[in-house]
Design a protein around this ligand. Structure first.
Ligand code: B16
Ligand code: MG
Length: 217
C-alpha cells in the first residue's frame, strides 16, 4: 500500500533546533529575559511570531509591534547566519536510511514544517529530491498544534489522514498529528513526547521491519 510519510524538519531531519535556540537566546537575553534549553522546548514547532510572544510572556516584558518586528527580523538574520555553511553532514543520524527505504518501497514523502526557511535547508542538505510535496510556514495560516500543515501535505500526496504517518520532535506537532487522526511518531524524549503513538530517540532506532509494519497496516 502507498502511505504518506510526513516529516517535520527542525529536530527531525536536521538539528536546526540548536540554531533557533542560539538566535532566540540572544534576543531574550538582550531584553533581560533568562532563556534556557527548557524554555526552548516551548518554542519547538511553534511559528516565529508566536515564539517571540512566548519569550516576552516568559519575561513578562511588553514591547510595541514595531519593536517586535525588529526582533523578528534580527532573529531570522541571526538564524540564517548559522545556516550559511549548512550541508548534508547536518542530516540527523538514520534519516537518509529511512528516506531511501521509503523511496525504494514506493512510498510517498512530504515535508510538514512550521519553518519559512524549510526549502533552502532541504536544498543545502541535498534531500529536496526525496520529497513529493513540501508544505512549510509559507503555506499555512494556522500553526501547530493546528493540523493544517499536515492535512495540506496529505492532500498534496493524495492520501487520507488515516494513511498518513507523521514524524515529529515537538509536542505541538505530535498533537497536530493526533488531532488529524494521523499516526504520530515522536522523535526524541519519552517524557516530552508521551502523547505520540510511538516514540524513538532518533531514526537509527527505526528499522525496516517497523517501517514495513506501517506500510502494510
Ligand atoms: P522559521 P519545524 C519550526 O520548524 C521550529 O521547530 C520552530 O522552532 C521555529 O520557530 C519554526 O519552525 C519557525 O521557523 O523562523 O525558520 O520560520 O520543527 O516545524 O520544522
Ligand atoms: Mg520540529
Amino acid at each position: 500500500k502507498r502511505k504518506g510519510f510526513i516529516f517535520d524538519l527542525d529536530g527531525v531531519i536536521v538539528d536546526t533546533a540548536k540554531y533557533h535556540f542560539l538566535a532566540w537566546k540572544k534576543i531574550a537575553n538582550g531584553l533581560g529575559i533568562d532563556f534556557t534549553l527548557e524554555h526552548n522546548e516551548l518554542l519547538k514547532g511553534v511559528s516565529r511570531v508566536r515564539s517571540l510572544d512566548i519569550i516576552l510572556e516568559l519575561g513578562k516584558v511588553e514591547v510595541s509591534q514595531e519593536e517586535k518586528d525588529k526582533w523578528l527580523i534580527q532573529k531570522n538574520e541571526d538564524y540564517l547566519s548559522y545556516l550559511v555553511d549548512m550541508n548534508e553532514t547536518e542530516i540527523l543520524p538514520g534519516v537518509m536510511k529511512v528516506l531511501k527505504f521509503l523511496k525504494a518501497n514506493n512510498q510517498l514523502i512530504a515535508l510538514g514544517s512550521a519553518s519559512k526557511n524549510a526549502r533552502p535547508i532541504l536544498e543545502k542538505t541535498g534531500v529536496l529530491s526525496y520529497f513529493d510535496a513540501v508544505v512549510d510556514g509559507n503555506d499555512v495560516v494556522n500553526a501547530k498544534p493546528d493540523p493544517e500543515v499536515f492535512v495540506h501535505a496529505a492532500r498534496l500526496l493524495n492520501v487520507t489522514n488515516e494513511d498518513s504517518i507523521v514524524f515529529e520532535d515537538s509536542v505541538a506537532g505530535v498533537q497536530a498529528a493526533n488531532i488529524a487522526k494521523m499516526m504520530s511518531i515522536g522523535i526524541g524524549e519519552e517524557k516530552t513526547l508521551h502523547e505520540a503513538e510511538y516514540i524513538f530517540k532518533d531514526f537509527t532506532e527505526i528499522n525496516s521491519t517497523f517501517l514495513e509494519l506501517l506500510i502494510n497496516k
